[in-house]
Design a protein around this ligand. Structure first.
Ligand SMILES: [Zn+2]
Length: 73
């Protein structure tokens, strides 16, 4: 099972659980506006997840992109 760590709470997440984690389960998402912002960021991450699915990006590179998108690095 491949996955990445949540940029906010560092939970290990399978790739198919990341979206629902941000929507419902991430303890760092306390407000509805935070959740909405995360969903938009997740949409950005999703294009990178598709690249990973095509073998164009390693899981480590996907983690870097996730941290960059969500934490603004
Ligand atoms: Zn989280």
């Amino acid at each position: 099972m491949t996955g990445i760590k949540c940029p906010h709470c560092r939970s290990s997440l399978a790739l198919d659980r990341i979206g629902v984690h941000f929507q419902k389960f991430c303890p760092a998402m306390q407000t509805s506006s935070a959740r909405e912002a995360s969903v938009k960021k997740f949409n950005q991450l999703y294009t990178h997840m598709q690249s990973h699915g095509r073998g164009e990006m390693t899981i480590e590179e996907l983690q870097v992109e996730a941290d960059r998108i969500f934490l603004g690095r």
